[in-house]
Design a binder for this molecule. Structure first.
Ligand code: HSE
Length: 448
């Protein structure tokens, strides 16, 4: 840095940005805490102070204890979103019903909105973004996806020159924590989930985490930004992690893979592939090494090539980091013309175009198949014959005798085949003598 501006060039001070916070749970309390702790530093970056003026909370004494005497605490969130002294509303309530009403009311009253509520935006984003555009206010949501990773900004701004080909990510900290603890420490599913809840990672309803719904919410937002298309939640193929068994982790490991709940959005000539499902990733890939409550996102785009983003996927101050980054954007740009701000989804709404969603049943992938058998060595030749008769390539296989009698297993990695193409061979395998149950199938993604 060679020339610092002279003191005369110091801009006139701008009035503080006045924040109304709705909810003081995990996200709200972290936001309040970091705003106070890093007040000067944040003001230096935002060009003005960011003041928490009001909090709406159900538990008033708890809220007062958290925010201290200088912040007004109210039971009625509607009063906050309509209050003339509030410039920006941080929605940290969660859910879709009350949160939707409050966000729309805040917009109608000319308030900017910051939210980490991915369920709300994936269900009602079109309505909310349109209302915000019509009213000329910002809706910012960095905290809605992979909290500590600025992936919304990266896709929307850092990669603005690129045609994105695919986005693949581990975007649910809770399920990644559960999978990591089950694989590494042999914890049961219930124990690992309980631990994730205790650490404040899980959604109010943890079924959202382990059934892949939360990851689908996030994928919808990432795909909208990456591909410039309004994406509906029902366009995403979603499978969770409940049905995974310890032995699948074991077989995957032996075959050189790890199982992750992977969210994928990929552009094809005919439309978009959108899926969230437990997936085998080669153990050496960056995504396979994202463990615990961490998240990782890999983007393939035409000019930048492969870029990879890693960071905490859940947590109070980790989410606050993203929420406050959005508040800094609002502080800088609240007075700018709407056209001078970065659009919420990275493009002006009128250039967003619908793209058809493809059926994953018709898309080829490699596959992991596990077959419970009485005697692995005895069944292997017939199983390999069945693959060959159905023109399915076997890239690798593994047999385990099992500790008890009749508790063997055969595990296979197939070449590319669609779920529809696999159906006849699965039926043939299940009909072989000595096969004890249905074939378990998981998708394999050889992502580099
Ligand atoms: N329940 C979410 C997760 C929190 O585990 O990733 C952050 O969105």
């Amino acid at each position: 840095m060679q020339h610092l501006p002279s003191p005369d060039a110091t801009p006139a001070p701008r009035p503080p940005l006045r924040v109304g916070l709705l909810g003081i749970g995990v996200v709200g309390s972290g936001t309040a805490r970091v705003l106070v702790r890093n007040r000067e530093l944040i003001a230096g970056r935002a060009g003005r102070t960011i003041d928490l003026l009001m909090v709406a909370a159900r538990n008033l004494p708890r809220a007062r204890a958290l925010v201290g005497p200088d912040v007004e605490v109210l039971a009625d969130a509607m009063r906050v979103v309509r209050h003339p002294q509030i410039d920006v509303v941080v929605e940290a309530i969660g859910g879709c019903t009350v949160a939707r009403e409050l966000v729309l009311e805040a917009i109608a009253h000319g308030k900017h909105v910051v939210t980490a509520n991915k369920a709300l935006l994936s269900e009602h984003g079109c309505e909310i973004f349109a209302a915000a555009q019509a009213r000329g206010v910002m809706v910012a949501f960095e905290g809605a996806v992979a909290v500590s990773i600025p992936i919304v900004k990266a896709l929307r701004e850092g990669l603005a020159a690129n045609r994105v080909e695919s986005v693949a990510g581990i975007v649910n900290g809770t399920s990644n924590f559960v999978l990591t603890k089950m694989r590494g420490r042999g914890l049961s599913f219930d124990k690992a989930l309980h631990e994730a809840q205790r650490l404040g990672y899980a959604e109010a309803d943890p079924a959202f985490d382990v059934d892949g719904i939360d990851a689908a919410h996030k994928l919808v937002l990432l795909a909208s930004i990456a591909f410039g298309t309004p994406v509906r939640l029902d366009a995403v193929h979603v499978e969770g992690i409940r049905a995974l068994q310890a032995e699948d982790h074991h077989h995957a490991e032996q075959l050189g893979y790890r199982i992750k709940l992977l969210a994928v959005a990929r552009r094809h000539a005919e439309g978009l592939e959108l899926r969230v499902q437990p997936t085998l990733l080669p153990a050496s890939t960056l995504l396979a090494q994202v463990d615990g409550a961490m998240n990782g996102v890999m983007v393939h785009s035409d000019a930048a090539g492969v870029t990879f983003y890693y960071g905490a996927g859940a947590g109070s101050e980790q989410t606050a980091s993203a929420v406050i980054a959005d508040l800094v954007d609002v502080a800088r740009l609240a007075d700018a013309l709407p056209v001078q701000r970065v659009p919420a989804l990275g493009r002006q709404l009128h250039v967003m175009a619908a793209v058809p969603a493809l059926q994953v049943d018709e898309l080829p992938t490699r596959n992991y198949l596990r077959l419970p058998v009485d005697d692995a060595a005895a069944t292997l030749p017939a199983a390999l014959r069945a693959f060959s008769e159905h023109d399915i390539t076997v890239l690798a296989h593994r047999e385990t005798a099992g500790e008890a009698p009749h508790a063997g297993a055969l595990a296979f990695i197939t070449g590319e085949a669609t779920p529809l193409q696999l159906r006849p061979v699965l039926a043939a395998l299940e009909g072989l003598p000595g096969v004890r149950g249905p074939v378990v199938r998981l998708c394999v993604q050889p992502l580099s």
